[in-house]
Design a protein around this ligand. Structure first.
Ligand code: SF4
Length: 258
């Protein structure tokens, strides 16, 4: 059974051909050094948070270390996350799977906090809070994470929420983490179910055609996605001489797996 994460759903929705090249053809591109450093920073932050959740000592890095400062600033900014009542269930790197239309939808919550009234899904973002957040609301992570929890637990949708913590704040306020919370509800749940069913029906169709030698569809030129895509030359959307400003798409970045 094909496993699908939120990052894969985002990519599939953004451009089916890019999904094909990335996950089916497995045509990878090396990540630019500057972005690799950001990814490493994010991985280390997630690791420190998990260590803390497990009650393990956090590595004895210097207090002047930016990573250590970010962890300390985050703990100070969000005490409610770290001081929950004793009968509260909490687990970091909590993973769940849901079988849906022949696919295995997988999620990993950075932290899941559940009590008798509500279930909170928390996610650490290690890039600055975006100015425009409409795309985040529509991002598959925001839709899929509560959906899977509602389908695999006793919590009704209205008792579930999804919170992103931008642990690095803004570039001019790096020690002030910011958060965005999305409440969930029956309407969102129903809409997500419909959107998922539609997208996965399309995927099944494209996979069938692919087995018969037909490539997944390309996104329209007017989408603007091709200008920064690593496959722009392969797709004949730019010529060989045009430099491609390739960078990771925040909407499709995978969850950190520790
Ligand atoms: S160049 Fe455009 S059509 Fe081709 S994979 Fe990238 S986004 Fe899709």
């Amino acid at each position: 059974m094909l496993r699908l994460s939120q990052g894969q759903l985002n990519l599939l929705e953004a451009c089916p051909r890019k999904f094909q090249h990335t996950y089916i053809d497995q045509l990878g591109f090396p990540t630019a050094l500057e972005y690799q450093e950001q990814i490493n920073w994010g991985n280390q932050f997630h690791l420190l948070m998990q260590q803390r959740e497990l009650g393990l000592p956090i590595a004895s890095t210097s207090r002047s270390d930016p990573l250590q400062q970010s962890v300390a600033a985050f703990i100070q900014a969000a005490p409610e996350i770290f001081q929950t009542p004793p009968d509260t269930f909490r687990q970091s790197e909590h993973s769940r799977s849901l079988e849906f239309q022949g696919y295995l939808l997988t999620v990993i919550y950075d932290l899941l906090i559940m009590d008798d009234r509500q279930a909170q899904i928390l996610d650490w973002k290690t890039y600055p809070r975006p100015q425009q957040t409409r795309w985040l609301k529509q991002n598959w992570q925001t839709r899929l994470y509560p959906f899977v929890l509602a389908e695999t637990s006793d919590y009704p949708p209205e008792q579930i929420s999804m919170t992103y913590w931008f642990v690095r704040g803004q570039p001019d306020r790096p020690t002030q983490p910011e958060r965005i919370t999305y409440a969930y509800g029956p309407q969102q749940h129903q809409q997500t179910q419909q959107d998922l069913a539609h997208l996965l029906n399309q995927l099944t169709h494209w996979l069938d055609r692919y087995e018969q030698g037909e490539a997944f569809p390309q996104v329209g030129r007017s989408s603007g996605n091709c200008e920064t895509c690593s496959f722009a030359v392969r797709c004949q959307r730019v010529d060989w001489e045009t430099p491609i400003a390739s960078f990771p798409d925040l909407a499709t970045i995978e969850e950190v797996t520790l």
